[in-house]
Ligand binder design. Sequence first.
Ligand SMILES: Cc1cc2nc3c(=O)[nH]c(=O)nc-3n(C[C@H](O)[C@H](O)[C@H](O)COP(=O)(O)O)c2cc1C
Length: 179
Amino acid sequence: MKALDLLLNRQSCPRLTAPAPEGAELETIWKAGLRTPDHGGLTPWRFIHVSGEGLGKLADIFEQAALAEAGDSEKAKTMPFRAPLITIVIASPKEHAKVPEIEQVISAGCAVHAMQMAAFAQGYNGIWRTGPMAYSATVKQQLGLAEHESIVGFLYLGSPQTKASKVRELAFEDYVSWL
Ligand SMILES: Cc1cc2nc3c(=O)[nH]c(=O)nc-3n(C[C@H](O)[C@H](O)[C@H](O)COP(=O)(O)O)c2cc1C
């Protein structure tokens, strides 16, 4: 797939099924995540791979979080099964005199996008999700996040179950101005 076709035609898919990328294809996705722009070379991210039994473990964590934090536990425990594979992207900022934390969190966000695009380019798709589970203290603790770390996204990946719809086209005149 040509780079510009990917950038101009990419879209997310919320309905995902097996097969999910694995082996060399999955490693390509992770490598794309690690090629993210990174001010100071601080590598301010880490990824948790969730598939197979891991999805059940994540479902238990989501259920616990919803019970502890007044969420909908019945719904929460089904959420990880919306795809055969989830990559949890964690921003793990480092202390640095010249690189503020926000830049490092942006970098981790770029990693989510890069990995979604690498999946798309290989015939898979995905969707970047957050929601209350991304900000839940229970989820962060159960996944072993340190105090300074945060979840920037659950990247759900797999094969698209639905056909791509027409890409929404925005008029650049509405968003771009000239100085
Ligand atoms: C930081 C971030 C968090 C998001 N969280 C959710 C989410 O929790 N649920 C959801 O349906 N879409 C979420 N989205 C939006 C989807 O990833 C997707 O971009 C949107 O459905 C539009 O589709 P498109 O990417 O094909 O334009 C999020 C996007 C971003 C950038």
